[in-house]
Design a protein around this ligand. Structure first.
Ligand code: ZN
Ligand code: ZN
Length: 722
């Protein structure tokens, strides 16, 4: 029944209301489409064959930007930081944020690995992933057993497709040693043409052909799209997506100062100043902890006091080689932030979240599936269709990519489509958030949902009005004005429609029926529960301010836009249920307008005192009109930092506390000697990944890269299986 991977309301549910009902509905709705889509894909595959026989042209997508916050940035609010980088980052749709070297979150990784509970997985067939059909169910795992599966799966592929990888790496290392010994050609390293992001180390005559035989991101990216586009090889992999952090734990240690849904509240600790950067408590309390980010001061979602999985409570993602997150944008066009805890890198693709670019992507999708336009967003909501960046590039849709490594964040901007896949066993975590600039996107999303009869995860009107009742949080004129525009728009429409309906003879029963009032201070469990019961029968809009009902039905309501479709009864049998009386609405409008005025005069005063900022304004606009640089900001440093990376294929096994506490100064060479003594497969895996973790702890301090590489090579080559 839950055969569909639907990230809409079906999955993103408040905890106490895990609904199988809406999952089932989603599934049924899509099955009728499936046959048609399947047929379509067969047609498309005929068109696509010539592409297949060419052996897959190179995927050549430029990298998106990477940003490097300072320790000070990491001590502050991630929302402030993202606001700072937004002018540039938003133009790409996605960006990568790399914490400073001193960020040691992984030393405090908190998710439970070996527990009796199991999560379900999705079985993804890459050769059928362009068809838009639902994913089947895979096996069930706990995090530990999933990672062992993922490791074996990835190693199998590596051994089959890249049997020479370890040999090449070893030979190269020996060459390097010789070269290092002779202390020469330090400048010669990056002369090779394929140096962009490749692990290739120049100096070997045959490095180009070697390069294709290496288990490296460039090759895996090519392999992935060959599998997806050529469809001539069966490839199935199980993906542990949307794993509940309540049952399986977040990767981040939880707050003890009430900053997250599942954390605790220690009154004594809450009185203390924020913990110092780098301490264990810091990782619990930092707003960069994904459990905390929705509750950051200034976060719009802070007012949603009910946990909604995947929206303000993070989800975990357990991946393996080529596990896929298909093209989608976020519910309600929210921002998303994704953290890579452990393991092999994750490949991302993104498209800017402008109306133009997002629509262009949908158009590509539509023409690829040759479907009626109204079906497309519905299909995109199901998130079970992947398609190649090439299709987007052909249609001149701007697209960029990112390779997300351990300890790195990826942020997606409102409405920005994104998709991608993993390159081996890994652990990720993700959550949504919203800043005040999000509000206009929220409105667009809301209108769109109504046009497709898709229930929103939370009421946009309620959130807007809740914001309007917390005006002390509005700090900038620009954002407050956006809020004012939205409140005004909502109220104008509401009052006009009320007038129109009453003129038609619909009765106002406000004085007759007593209704529980809308609680505007927050969006909590009760109010969300209440909202669920007043969905417009036609557009599924949450009737927040008022609704129309009819004597002919006890349960059906409609929004003010759709009452005439509800039944054939004359207007006189219908009545208006009002939760928010007119004067309350207009007063709220007025309050927001006044707040705007205060902020405006405040800001112009500030501008008068420091003349520079007025002059800066036009520049900022110029910045947005400027063509993007040929290479995005941060890309070169990022590639340089990871050019010698080796893709981790071992499962992650938590360190015993005693080792973890050593932190630095673990004698690596002793470990190397001991490695030869381990023989049993399972023990070895465990041993290797423990050791790898120990090495990783040291990695930032180690000046000699060779030592780290040696360890990784032994892990692959000496494996009894190879
Ligand atoms: Zn409606
Ligand atoms: Zn009726």
């Amino acid at each position: 029944m839950s055969a569909i991977h639907q990230r809409g309301r079906a999955n993103k549910r408040r905890r106490q209301n895990q609904s199988t009902k809406s999952r089932a509905a989603g599934f049924q709705a899509s099955t009728s489409n499936e046959k048609r889509l399947l047929y379509q894909t067969v047609q498309n595959s005929k068109l696509g064959n010539d592409r297949g026989t060419r052996g897959g042209a190179n995927i050549d997508v430029p990298f998106g930007p990477t940003f490097y916050p300072t320790i000070e940035d990491m001590e502050g609010s991630p929302l402030d930081y993202i606001e700072k980088i937004r002018p540039t980052a938003q133009r790409y749709g996605i960006c990568k944020i790399v914490p400073p070297k001193a960020w040691k979150e992984k030393d405090f990784f908190a998710a439970k690995m070996e527990i009796p509970q199991k999560f379900s997985t999705k079985l993804q067939y890459l050769h059928r992933i362009q068809e838009g059909v639902s994913f089947g169910d895979g096996e069930e795992y706990n995090p530990g057993s999933y990672l062992r599966y993922a490791s074996e799966f990835t190693k199998d592929y590596k051994n089959k497709e890249y049997p020479d990888h370890d040999l090449i790496v070893q030979r190269e290392m020996e060459n390097n040693k010789i070269r290092n010994g002779e202390k020469q050609e330090a400048s010669n390293v990056k002369t090779d043409g394929n140096a962009l992001g490749s692990n290739a180390i120049a100096g070997n005559g045959d490095s180009k052909s070697d390069s294709r035989r290496r288990f490296i991101p460039e090759n895996l990216e090519q392999d992935y799209w060959d599998l997806v586009e050529n469809r001539n090889r069966e490839f199935g992999v199980e993906y542990g997506n949307d794993v509940d952090t309540h049952d399986f734990g977040s990767g981040f240690p939880l707050s003890e100062r009430g900053r997250s849904v599942y954390g605790t509240f220690d009154q004594e600790k809450a009185k203390l100043p924020d913990p110092k950067f780098g301490s264990e408590d810091f990782y619990k309390e930092t707003w960069w902890n994904l459990n905390n980010i929705p509750w950051t001061p200034d976060s719009v979602l802070r007012h949603i006091k009910v946990g909604i999985n995947g929206i303000n409570v993070p989800w975990m993602y357990y991946g393996a080689l080529f596990t896929t997150f298909c093209w989608h944008n976020e519910d309600n066009y929210l921002y998303s932030i994704n953290y890579h805890h452990k393991g092999a890198p994750k490949q991302w693709y993104g498209v800017p979240g402008t109306k133009k670019d997002a629509s262009a992507l949908e158009k590509v999708f539509k023409s690829y599936l040759s479907m009626k336009i109204r079906d497309v967003p519905e299909l995109l909501h199901h998130i079970t269709t992947q398609f190649s960046p090439r299709l987007l590039q052909n249609a001149k849709v701007p697209i960029c990519k990112l390779l997300q490594h351990e300890g790195e964040y990826v942020v997606t901007f409102p409405r920005a489509f994104h998709g991608g896949f993993s390159m081996g066993p890994n652990i990720g975590e993700a959550v949504n958030f919203a800043t005040h600039d999000w509000i206009s996107h929220g409105l667009d999303a809301n209108e769109r949902y109504r046009s497709f009869r898709r229930p929103a995860v939370f009421s946009h009107d309620r959130l807007t009005f809740t914001m309007a009742h917390h005006l002390e949080e509005q700090k900038s004129y620009k954002n407050c004005k956006l809020l004012h525009q939205e409140v005004e728009r909502v109220v104008d429409e509401e009052l006009q429609l009320r007038k129109k309906l009453l003129a038609l003879g619909v009765r106002d029963v406000t004085g007759v029926i007593e209704l529980p009032p809308n609680c505007l201070d927050q969006l909590d469990e009760d109010s969300a529960e209440y909202d669920d019961k007043r969905l417009c029968f036609a557009c599924k809009h949450i009737c927040f301010f008022s609704a129309v009902a009819c004597e002919c039905s006890r349960s059906m309501v409609s929004c003010l836009r759709h009452s005439h479709y509800m039944c054939r009864c004359p207007s006189e049998r219908k009545y208006l249920i009002v939760w928010s009386p007119e004067d309350g609405l207009t007063k709220t409008c007025e309050r927001v307008r006044k707040r705007c005025e205060v902020l405006k005069s405040h800001e112009s005063l500030e501008n008068d005192t420091k003349k520079g900022s007025l002059a800066e304004r036009p520049n900022q606009v110029d910045e947005l009109l400027k063509p993007l640089p040929p290479i995005a900001v941060g890309v070169e440093k990022d590639l340089e930092d990871h050019k010698n990376d080796i893709i981790k294929t071992d499962p992650y096994v938590p360190l015993p506390k005693s080792i973890a506490n050593l932190k630095t100064g673990v004698p690596m060479n002793q470990d190397l000697v001991a490695a030869g003594e381990v023989s049993a497969d399972e023990d070895r895996d465990e041993y290797m990944s423990n050791r790898q973790a120990v090495v990783t702890l040291d990695a930032s301090d180690a000046s000699d890269d060779d030592e780290i590489e040696i360890i990784a090579v032994i892990g692959g080559k000496d494996s009894p299986k190879a």
